[in-house]
Design a protein around this ligand. Structure first.
Ligand SMILES: Nc1ncnc2c1ncn2[C@@H]1O[C@H](COP(=O)(O)OP(=O)(O)OP(=O)(O)O)[C@@H](O)[C@H]1O
Ligand SMILES: [Mg+2]
Length: 511
């Protein structure tokens, strides 16, 4: 090869032979990855494949056991996030790392605040806010720089983290499932931001389980399987089937299980009804809907449309302004989640860290958590029973863990989500509400979770699924209710399902 050519093609970043071992797990085994200037490389693979681990090594958050990292051909050591930043590497983490006691502007410019002249280096607040507002506007984000982070939704917090990362002038931006809690429009905004970064020669490493996003933006897809390189696809070769085959190592059966569809036709829609529900967030709007036995009602809408608040209010986590809920003709009053659970109504929440998973507990404890009574006799927890149930649950949705005794904190993101699901699926519910059930979950496990949801419905449960993923909401629902700013703008029956119809209602147009 001619040396000139070699020089021109030196990748901006090269990871070679990276290995990382944890007790009982080889997270990475001789993995390599190279990225060119202005290239968007998608890093894909099943839950636990090693994607986040590889990126944490690059980001200086954890150390590697072996392997080399070069930037523009020069070997580098990255032993802290600060060193990564100094090398022009920015990392948007899978789990949020924003500070909720600070406001939006302070989070964006953390440790880079504009200062006034003078020896004290005081923060120039006026400039801080005006620069933050200008940046938010440029990125097309509908956020105010003075809002405390704690008041924002998870999606909005994620957008702040994205704004921070792209504003640092980094050469390489790592995004670990940046869209997992974003919905339709926010995701579009982010994809546009990414294209713009590329146009400015920034390199992007993009991790996502949403394969259509990869199809849309990636120049190359690099696939990890069980901690090893499983192959890569050039832009022209990227399509869903090829990615899935490489990730899973086999062809996948159908993503969605078709319904036996007993529901609506039987006129038993009044099984679970919510009548004139008013939430704290939208006290002037009221919501009414009902779900039949055996029916899956999808709830679509943009972030902030009030879907999660609705679910939390029905379940009794949030206090209702007004609500009339009936199950099988009997009015029930949920002032506490315990009432809901006693009536067989369950909510699988969206925020797995906030109200789902106890990261300091192990997998077994997490799965048996809400129904300890079932496993305890005379207040002594029967851990053999618990272990058996946990192993069965791990198997049923394929939770990747060396043992049920593993601390939940050490599981990969998607596997943590599966633990939360496993817990609730082991009940015998009458009404099951899922809020973003497959966030961060890989395609193989998604198919399994969709099948489980369908099975619940076929067993006569009324299922409500809140989902921001278009493909999911269209694929899994028998009927879709679309929300906008606290109210339902329309219902769609299966023969009316289309992306356009959902978007139309989600943006507030009348049905
Ligand atoms: N601190 C840790 N201690 C023990 N095992 C760990 C630790 N961190 C990660 N692992 C294990 O390493 C493997 C790879 O995890 P990683 O988080 O990189 O997966 P991932 O590809 O990002 O998955 P996901 O799509 O679910 O986010 C998993 O089996 C995980 O349980
Ligand atoms: Mg991960």
């Amino acid at each position: 090869m001619v040396s000139e050519i070699v020089e021109n093609t030196t990748p901006i970043l090269e990871l070679t032979g990276i290995s990382k071992r944890y007790p009982g797990v080889i997270a990475l085994n001789d993995v390599s990855l190279s990225v060119d200037t202005g290239e968007i490389v998608a890093l894909i693979g099943e839950n636990g494949a090693g994607k986040s681990t590889l990126m944490k090594i690059l980001g200086g958050a954890i150390s590697r056991d072996s392997g080399t990292i070069t930037i523009e051909g020069k070997p580098v050591e990255i032993s802290s996030p600060r060193e990564a930043t100094a090398l022009g590497i920015e990392f948007i983490h899978q789990e949020l790392s924003v500070l909720d006691n600070l406001d939006v502007a302070a989070n964006i410019f953390l440790r880079r605040e504009p200062t006034r002249g003078g020896p004290l280096k005081l923060i120039d607040r006026r400039r801080l806010y005006s620069e933050a507002d200008a940046l938010l506007k440029k990125l097309g984000l509908d956020l105010k720089s003075q809002t405390p982070l704690g008041r924002l939704s998870i999606a909005q917090q994620q957008l702040v983290e994205i704004a921070r990362a792209v504003s640092t002038g980094a050469r390489i931006v790592i995004m670990d499932e940046p869209t997992s809690s974003l919905s339709l429009t926010e995701t579009r905004t982010l994809l546009e931001i990414i294209k713009d970064l590329k146009a400015h020669h920034v390199s992007i490493i993009y991790i996502s389980h949403r394969l259509h996003e990869v199809e849309e933006i990636a120049d190359r897809a690099v696939v990890l399987r069980d901690g090893r390189n499983a192959g890569s696809l050039q832009r022209s070769e990227i399509n869903r089937d090829r990615m899935v085959r490489m990730m899973v190592g086999r062809d996948l059966k159908e993503l969605f299980t078709t319904s036996k569809r007993i529901p609506a036709e039987n006129g038993n829609r009044t099984w679970f009804t919510v009548d004139r529900l008013r939430t704290q967030r939208y006290p002037n709007q009221s919501l009414s809907f009902s779900v039949a036995r055996g029916e899956v009602l999808g709830i679509a809408g943009l972030v902030g449309s009030g879907r999660s608040e609705m679910a939390r209010t029905i379940f009794g986590v949030d206090e209702a302004v007004e609500a009339k809920v009936t199950l099988n003709g009997k009015a029930i009053d949920f002032t506490d989640p315990r009432d809901a659970i006693n009536h067989g109504v369950y909510l699988v929440p969206e925020d797995r860290r906030g109200c789902g998973l106890v990261v300091d507990f192990n997998v077994r404890e997490n799965i048996s958590l809400p129904h300890l009574e079932t496993y305890s006799s005379a207040k002594i927890i029967n851990s053999r029973k618990e272990t058996k149930a946990a192993i069965a649950a791990c198997k049923s949705i394929n939770i990747k863990t060396p043992s049920p005794e593993m601390r939940a904190a050490n599981l990969s993101g998607g596997n943590q989500q599966k633990v939360v699901l496993a817990r609730w699926l082991s009940f015998s519910p009458k009404v099951m509400i899922f809020d973003e059930p497959t966030r961060g979950i890989d395609v193989g496990a998604k198919a399994e979770i969709y099948a489980l949801i369908r099975k619940l419905a076929d067993d006569g449960v009324s299922v409500i699924v809140i989902s921001s993923e278009m493909e999911e909401v269209l694929g899994i629902s028998d009927r879709i209710a679309v929300m906008h700013e606290g109210r339902i703008t329309g219902f769609l029956n299966r023969d009316q399902f289309s992306e356009e119809a959902v978007m139309h209602l989600a943006t507030g147009a009348a049905g």
